[in-house]
Design a protein around this ligand. Structure first.
Ligand code: FAD
Length: 376
C-alpha cells in the first residue's frame, strides 16, 4: 500500500489531483453518489475502493497502524474536495468509513481496531447501520430490539428498518437494549454484528428511485460473540450520539459538491427567463454561503446540524430548479432525474430537517429544550 506520510496539505492535494485525473481517464474511478452507495454501483465502487486503498488514499486521517495514512483532517478535506470537483466518489461505504470507523477508533479495543479497521478500508468488510426501527426513528431511544446474554455472548431479537445496503453488508453496527428494566438510553448497548450469522433475515425495500437501497432486517435469536460489544455494557447511547454527530457532519460536508452542481445549473438554465434567472441567482448565492459555512464547520460538531440542514435543503431546491429548467426531458433519465428523486431522502436520513432545526434551536441558539418523552 502506498504511503503519503509527511506531505503538506497542498502537496498531498496535488498528488491526489493527478491520481484522480489518471483514474478518471482509465475508467476505474466510480462516479460520485450521495452518502449511500446505490447497489447498482456495487462492483464499480468495490474496485474503486480497492484501488484507493492500494494507492494510499483511504483512511487519510486514520492511524497508519490500522491501514490509514496518519495525516490531518485538512488532508482528508483536500481529498474530498478534489473528488467533488471531478464528481468522483471519495470512498465506497459511508457506514463503514464514517460511522463504524469513527466509533471503533474512539471506543474500540485494540483487538477490535486490528480486526476491523484495515479490513474496512480495503473493502474486505462492507458495513450497514442498524439503528432505526419501525417505532423508533427520530425518537431512537424508544428502540426495542433486545440482546440477551448467553454463556458465550448474546442473542438478538427484534426488527430494524431503513438499513441502507444491508443486503450487501458483511457487518452492521447495532443498537440493542441489554437492560429491559432500564427503558431509557441507559439500557442500550452498541454491537458489531456479523450479518451472515444465523437468525438474521434481510429484506430489501423498493424506493421511488426504483432502487433497493435500504432494507428491513429481522433478528430471531441471532447469536453474537462476546467480542461484539463495542464500549461498555449500557454505553450504547453515548456511542450512538457520537456516530450520529459524525453522520450529520459528513452528510453536510457532501455540500462540497454544491459548487460544481450549481455551475451545471447556471450553464444549462434559460437565464433569459427573468423568473428562472432570479431562482438560479438565489441558489448560486446560497451555494457560496454554504461553501463558507462548510469551511468554518470542519472539526466543529456544533455546526453539524446547520450544514446537514443547509446542504439537504439546498439540494431539494437546486434539483427542483434544474428539473424545471429542463422540462419533461429531465424526468426521463440521467443525473438530474436521480438527484431529484434522491433529495427528499437526504432530508430524512441521518435525522430529519425538523430534528436538525430542534438541535440548532437548543444547542446553537440556546432556546429552551423541547419536552422529552417519558422514557428519556
Ligand atoms: C435514504 C435513507 C437512508 C437511511 N438509512 C438508514 C440506515 O442505514 N440505518 C438506519 O438505522 N436508519 C436509516 N434511515 C432512517 C432514518 O434515520 C430515519 O428515517 C429518521 O431518523 C426519521 O425516523 P422515522 O422515519 O421513523 O420518522 P419519524 O421519527 O416517525 O418522523 C416522522 C415525522 O415527524 C417529525 N418529527 C419527529 N419527531 C419530531 C420532533 N421531536 N420535533 C419535530 N418534528 C419531529 C419528523 O421530522 C418527520 O417529519 C434512513 C432513512 C433514509 C430516508
Amino acid at each position: 500500500m502506498a504511503q503519503h506520510t509527511g506531505l503538506t496539505v497542498e502537496d498531498f492535494r496535488s498528488v491526489a489531483a493527478s491520481f484522480l485525473d489518471a483514474a478518471a481517464s482509465s475508467g476505474i474511478a466510480c462516479k460520485a453518489f450521495g452518502a449511500i452507495m446505490p447497489p447498482a454501483l456495487h462492483a464499480n465502487a468495490l474496485a474503486w475502493q480497492q484501488h484507493i486503498f492500494a494507492q494510499g488514499f483511504a483512511g487519510i486521517a486514520w492511524p497508519v497502524t490500522y491501514g490509514g495514512q496518519g495525516l490531518s483532517i485538512d488532508h482528508g478535506l483536500a481529498w474530498s474536495e478534489e473528488c467533488a470537483r471531478r464528481a468522483i466518489a471519495p470512498y465506497m461505504n459511508f457506514q463503514g468509513f464514517v460511522l463504524t470507523g469513527g466509533a471503533i477508533l474512539k471506543f474500540g479495543t485494540d483487538e477490535q481496531k486490528s480486526r476491523y479497521l484495515r479490513a474496512t478500508l480495503a473493502a474486505d468488510i462492507l458495513w450497514c447501520q442498524l439503528f432505526s426501527e419501525p417505532e423508533a426513528g427520530s425518537d431512537l431511544v424508544s428502540l426495542s430490539t433486545r440482546a440477551e446474554p448467553t454463556s458465550d455472548g448474546w442473542v438478538v431479537t427484534g426488527q430494524k428498518v431503513w438499513s441502507s445496503t444491508a443486503q450487501l453488508a458483511d457487518h452492521g453496527i447495532l443498537l440493542a437494549r441489554t437492560n429491559t428494566g432500564e427503558p431509557g438510553h441507559r439500557g442500550i448497548s452498541f454491537f458489531l454484528v456479523d450479518m451472515h450469522a444465523p437468525g438474521i433475515d434481510v429484506r430489501p425495500l423498493k424506493q421511488m428511485t426504483g432502487d433497493h437501497e435500504f432494507c428491513e432486517v429481522f433478528f430471531d435469536e441471532a447469536p453474537l460473540d462476546a467480542n461484539s460489544l463495542l464500549g461498555e455494557l449500557g454505553a450504547g447511547w453515548t456511542i450512538a450520539t457520537s456516530v450520529l454527530a459524525d453522520e450529520r457532519a459528513e452528510v453536510g460536508a457532501a455540500g462540497i459538491g454544491l459548487q460544481r452542481r450549481t455551475q451545471r445549473l447556471i450553464d444549462s438554465a434559460d437565464t433569459d427567463n427573468t423568473a428562472m434567472r432570479a431562482r438560479v441567482a438565489t441558489l448560486a448565492a446560497n451555494a457560496g454561503a454554504m461553501r463558507r459555512l462548510l469551511d468554518r464547520s470542519a472539526g466543529n460538531p456544533l455546526l453539524g446540524p446547520l450544514v446537514k440542514l443547509g446542504n439537504t435543503e439546498f439540494e431539494t431546491h437546486r434539483t427542483r430548479c434544474e428539473l424545471d429548467s429542463m422540462g419533461a426531458a429531465g424526468m426521463q433519465t440521467g443525473d438530474i432525474h436521480d438527484e431529484f428523486l434522491y433529495a427528499p431522502g437526504m432530508r430524512v436520513a441521518g435525522g430529519t430537517s425538523e430534528i436538525q432545526r430542534n438541535l440548532i434551536g437548543e444547542r446553537l441558539l440556546g432556546l429552551p429544550r423541547e419536552p422529552k418523552s417519558r422514557q428519556q
